[in-house]
Ligand binder design. Structure first.
Ligand code: BEZ
Ligand code: FE2
Length: 406
């Protein structure tokens, strides 16, 4: 066992001074540092040092590692041009995404303090890298397919990928299920996949209402998707409506990504049924999507995480870049309150969303934590969350399951 101390430890929404943590692979005791060294005088001590702040390890609930090769290929600015560019370059992007590229993406997350992440996997090509990663990984096997002629074979392929990831289930790897989106998954397989997730009791996630094009297509079978579905799938009508899609998830809490086009009714419904939202501010900006009105989510008490999405719609997987993006995007929010919400969104909230025993400095939870160093002494406690977001690019120390990785 070891003891770690820092100038401040973020516990339950408060920056606690003079605290320490006794840990092995789990957090054993959280107490005033002097009490700990009095009770356990002979243990190794890790001292965060001057101007240090200790947080539960950060959790990125939504990324796509298989698209990590994209840097200059995909077209940004508007959703459909982006989607066309994904389809045009998909094979090349996926084939050029080798182990080194995925490992680099994973390592960038680690350096920014990510100790757990949710990997949305379209093909299973990122499974090996996720298993080898030091992180706690929730491996979301993705289901896609709106064409009734091909959905059954796509469902079988999805099941095989799910079973392959299940072989590695342990404290670090959780198999899980992702539904691509309401416009791209046929309701027949959607219902099968949801009951499968419920039976297996695994995390469930889905992209939802990301673009105006998606809203127009689901509401009126019209808009920018009309031409897309007609030319690629010979489809003239959406396979589902927003209500039908959301209702399918009523009995199983799900993590819905984006929701930038969700209206008040949709958001209230998500709250009522125990769902949560993954907010990807930089991805939304780059794909020309609306701003997610997080003030509404806060009003409705609908939990949200902040996540990076993949490098197919972002320029880094550094979680601090994402938090700074959120801070700039939501320019009307009180800056200190927003900063704390953002920190909570990648710790406490994200841990609960992924069903992991981490994201909190709490006895019995995994000893997943990071220490960051502020460049100078903070003058006011209420500024610490903001200062952390502004001044951190990489963490100073990082532990997962009590083992040091940074
Ligand atoms: C589909 O399989 O229907 C689909 C796939 C990608 C984008 C849109 C639709
Ligand atoms: Fe995504």
């Amino acid at each position: 066992m070891k003891i770690v101390k820092a100038d401040y430890i973020y516990i339950n929404g408060k920056y606690k001074k003079d605290y320490g943590i006794l840990f092995n692979d789990k957090i054993e005791v959280v107490d005033i540092y002097n009490n700990l060294i009095f009770k356990y005088p002979d243990l190794d001590i890790i001292d965060g040092g001057e101007n240090s702040v200790l947080y539960a390890g950060f959790i990125n609930t939504h990324t796509h590692l298989e698209f990590s090769a994209n840097k200059t290929t995909l077209k940004y600015g508007s959703f459909l041009p982006w989607l066309y560019s994904v389809i045009e370059n998909r094979d090349e992007l996926i084939n050029s995404c080798d182990e080194v590229i995925i490992d680099n993406a994973i390592n960038d997350m680690l350096k920014s303090g990510i100790t757990s992440f949710g990997a949305i996997s379209s093909l299973g090509l990122d499974l090996d890298a996720c298993i080898k990663a030091p992180h706690r990984v929730v491996f979301f096997n993705e289901l896609i397919g709106s064409n009734p002629q091909t959905v059954d074979s796509l469902y079988q392929d999805f099941l095989q990928r799910f079973e392959a990831s299940s072989l590695y289930q342990d404290d670090l790897v959780t198999p899980a299920i992702a539904i691509h989106s309401p416009y791209s998954v046929h309701p027949i397989v959607l219902k099968k996949a949801i009951s499968f997730a419920k039976n297996k009791k695994v995390p469930l996630s889905a992209h939802l209402l990301e673009s105006k094009a998606e809203r127009d297509w689901l509401d009126n079978s019209d808009g920018d998707f009309k031409e897309f579905f007609s030319s690629f799938f010979n489809q003239s009508k959406a396979v589902t409506t927003v209500d039908e899609f959301i209702t399918s998830f009523d009995s199983y809490p799900t993590h819905f990504t984006h929701c930038t086009e969700a209206n008040n009714n949709d958001l209230k419904r998500l709250k009522e049924k125990g769902h949560s939202v993954a907010h990807c501010p930089r991805s939304n900006r780059l794909l020309g999507c609306s701003r997610l009105e997080i003030e509404k989510l806060i009003d409705f008490n609908l939990p949200f995480s902040v996540a990076t999405d993949g490098l197919s719609s972002n320029f880094s997987l550094n979680i601090f870049d994402e938090l700074r993006g959120a801070l700039m995007l939501h320019n009307k929010a009180d800056i200190n309150l927003l900063s704390k919400k953002l920190i909570d969104s990648i710790t406490t909230v994200a841990g609960k969303v992924l069903g992991l025993k981490c994201g909190d400095i709490k006895e019995g939870y995994f000893a997943d934590f990071v220490i960051i160093k502020l460049p100078q002494k903070p003058q006011r406690e209420e500024d610490i969350a903001l200062l952390t977001i502004l001044h951190t690019k990489e963490v100073d120390k990082l532990y997962i399951g009590g083992k040091k990785y940074v």
